[in-house]
Design a protein around this ligand. Structure first.
Ligand code: KG4
Ligand code: ZN
Length: 333
């Protein structure tokens, strides 16, 4: 089975072709970062318009790269949510219409299920059941995963997502959008002993997170110093250490709670090296997708879609997106 995957939930247009025998045949990601950088964050209307410009040409070039014709495809998978409504509608309209035109089934994929299954694209892949830590710009989730579509949310952020907290803190340190990777780079030069940020909610029972206080703590710390490059690096380091420690403590607690010893980490913040180093000290097997499958991409959507199509799932001819969509509402296969 060969499946075309389309990702357009935010500021990346991701296209991929997945073959059930050969694995990933081709994949391309076009990032809109430059388009949004001057505004310091994603402008939804600009994102939608750029997806309109880029999606079809990228589908063509990805088919060329795979040396395939459209009539060799057996299905189309597209991200139907959660995400920006206009951006989602571009991928869903094109994906649903192309599938109709080609006479193949289409399937609607949950963006976070895509992230959650991304470690399966690697040769060394985890086996069910496991705990998933999903850390992106829009979500922070700890999920108990029994199988495809069998998800129980154990904890989530009550306010800012962890990537969002990285981006907002980076912005107040004067770093360009998206600030997560920039902040991590700056933190490498920071002195970990100078400032100590709180570890939010670790002393309370449960697995929920709260990151908005850390951003305020960073702001107050910025106001208390001169603002030299070293000050900023020290603040970046203190912020990163607090986030990493908090995620580590909650992951350890989740694994203990559900008595599992396998953890997968996915989503953009999963690319953070300090987080990876800290999680390697857990008494568990920890799996990650390679960095290009941590951030938004079409490969994870093609893969999740292929599993669902193989299980006989498909959508009606209606073009429908779900900007808000709980992972727990996703059907089991
Ligand atoms: O999964 P993703 O590509 O898009 C969403 O679905 O949101 O995640 C993007 C987020 C951004 O907030 C970005 O700043 C953050 O992931 N990020 C990082 C790193 N790389 C990306 N945060 C911290 N350290 C990194 N190395
Ligand atoms: Zn994402």
């Amino acid at each position: 089975m060969r499946v075309l995957g389309i990702e357009s939930s935010c500021d990346e247009t991701g296209i991929a072709i997945m073959d059930s025998e050969q694995g990933l045949v081709a994949h391309t990601v076009y990032s809109q970062i430059e388009l949004h950088a001057e505004y310091g964050g994603v402008v939804p209307e600009l994102a939608s318009r750029d997806h309109i410009r880029k999606t079809l040409p990228l589908i063509r070039s990805t088919l060329d790269e795979a040396k395939m014709k459209a009539d060799e495809l057996d299905g189309v998978a597209y991200t139907a949510g959660p995400g920006l409504i206009g951006a989602l509608l571009v991928g869903a309209s094109l994906g649903r219409s192309l599938a109709w035109g080609w006479g193949v089934p289409a399937v609607a994929v949950h963006h976070m299920e895509g992230h959650l299954l991304a470690p399966m694209l690697e040769d060394n892949k985890p086996e069910f059941p496991f705990v998933a830590l999903l850390v992106s710009g829009g979500h922070t989730l700890l999920v108990q995963v029994k199988g495809v579509g069998q998800y129980k949310v154990l904890g989530e952020s009550l306010d800012d997502a962890v990537g969002e907290a990285f981006d907002k803190t980076a912005k107040l340190l004067g770093l360009p959008y998206p600030g997560g990777p920039e902040l991590a780079k700056l933190a490498e030069r920071g002195n970990p002993e100078r400032f100590t940020f709180p570890r939010p909610m670790v002393n309370r029972p449960g697995l929920d997170f709260s990151f908005s206080g850390l951003k305020t703590f960073a702001l107050n710390t910025v106001h208390s110093v001169d603002g030299s490059d070293q000050d900023k690096a020290d603040i970046a380091r203190a912020f990163e250490d607090a986030v990493v420690d908090t995620l580590f403590i909650k992951c350890r607690r989740a694994l203990e709670q559900v008595r599992l010893d396998t953890l997968i980490v996915a989503g953009g913040v999963g690319a953070n090296q300090r987080l990876r180093k800290k999680l390697s000290t857990l008494d568990a097997n920890v799996f990650y997708p390679r960095p290009e499958y941590c951030t938004d991409n079409g490969a994870m959507i093609a893969y999740a879609g292929m599993l669902r199509l193989q299980a006989g799932e498909f959508v009606s001819k209606e073009i429908k997106v779900k900007p808000r969509w709980s992972l727990e509402e996703v059907a089991a296969t």
